[in-house]
Design a protein around this ligand. Structure first.
Ligand SMILES: Cc1cc2nc3c(=O)[nH]c(=O)nc-3n(C[C@H](O)[C@H](O)[C@H](O)COP(=O)(O)OP(=O)(O)OC[C@H]3O[C@@H](n4cnc5c(N)ncnc54)[C@H](O)[C@@H]3O)c2cc1C
Length: 297
């Protein structure tokens, strides 16, 4: 019988994948890797991994394999970490893999972006199991439901690599790939201090994450892990604020699933205005302090 396992890297992944699970229409269980669960969203069972932190991808894939082997469908929220680990899991399970699922027609037919999002491909899976990474934006969330039966999961961590240390550069800001608000800045931000002050300041005022264009990253204005786009992170927040960003195809490929895009650009002909829901033709160094003052009120 077909059955789905949601591999949740953190508790918020469960809500994010609830709409996908509902549309897939299969009975499902959840494996929560880190953190404490809140609600079950219609799952039958919840395996609680209680990992203090995420291990390297090869160790995680091996640890998840014995549980995942009992399912036809294994799915996670699309992120750098999930693609890293789940690709290895697919290899261990000899499974098909479909990444960045945007929508589905049936438990075997999925839609995913290709060529930096300019094409949406419909792909059919011919054999099970299938490992999926899902972009949740198009699926919505369902009613949280009540608590479900919880079972401690035995995750044995053995891999060819071990992490010696990890340094977070994101501070207390939400994860870029999961945040409901993202404020991104581009080339005109001048230097790292200005970027942090202007873009970071607005993001903090809104409780959001910070993103950047490749031009900003390449110029040393923003750290590499903040790059959004075709060769950076894919984001799908409720609100994406793009300040001093021209709107290249490569950048837009990473933000097109955002619910509302607000663009601030001093050039009224900037391509970003074609995709933006709200556009402000202004100098960002005037507009953002005004905006922050208004938030303060
Ligand atoms: C293979 C490949 C992959 C790529 N992958 C990515 C990717 O993943 N992500 C990505 O972002 N890019 C990517 N790029 C680069 C992309 O093509 C663009 O060069 C880049 O996105 C431009 O960044 P930008 O908008 O910051 O800079 P620019 O294109 O220089 O735009 C700056 C904008 O700021 C406006 N501006 C200037 N001053 C102000 C001010 N004071 N106030 C308000 N507005 C102002 C200007 O009018 C302009 O529109 C890739 C390119 C290639 C070839």
């Amino acid at each position: 019988m077909s059955k789905l396992l949601i591999v949740a890297f953190q508790p918020s992944d469960i809500a994010q994948l609830s709409g996908f699970a509902k549309k897939l229409g299969l009975p499902f269980d959840i494996l929560l890797l880190t953190g404490s669960p809140a609600q079950g969203y219609g799952a039958n069972r919840l395996f609680v991994g209680s990992l203090p932190e995420l291990p390297p991808a090869d160790a995680l894939a091996k640890a998840v394999q014995p549980i995942a082997a009992n399912y036809t469908h294994i799915a996670s929220v699309s992120s750098m970490s999930s693609k890293d680990s789940l690709a290895r899991l697919a290899g261990l399970l000899d499974a098909a893999m479909v990444t960045d699922v945007l929508d589905l027609e049936s438990p075997t037919v999925f839609k995913r972006p290709m060529v930096a999002g300019s094409i949406v491909a419909t792909v059919e899976v011919l054999a099970f199991p299938v490992v999926l990474t899902v972009r949740p934006a198009g699926f919505g969330t369902t009613d949280p439901g009540g608590m479900v039966e919880q079972t401690p999961a035995t995750l044995t961590l053995e891999g060819r690599a071990s992490r010696l240390s990890a340094t977070s550069r994101g501070g207390s800001r939400p994860d870029l790939g999961q945040a409901s608000v993202v404020v991104s800045g581009g080339r005109p931000l001048k230097d790292a201090a200005t970027f942090e002050n202007v873009i970071g300041g607005l993001a903090d005022a809104l409780g959001g994450a910070v993103g950047a264009t490749r031009a900003a990253v390449d110029s040393g204005i923003a750290p590499n892990e903040l790059q959004v786009g075709q060769t950076g992170k894919i984001v799908a927040p409720d609100l994406y604020i793009a300040a001093g960003i021209s709107g290249s195809t490569q950048h837009m490929a990473g933000i097109k699933d955002s619910k509302v895009i607000v663009a601030i650009n001093k050039d009224p002909d900037a391509p970003i205005f074609e995709a933006a829901d709200f556009g402000l033709v202004a100098d960002l160094f005037d507009a953002i302090p005004e905006f922050r003052a208004a938030i303060g009120k």
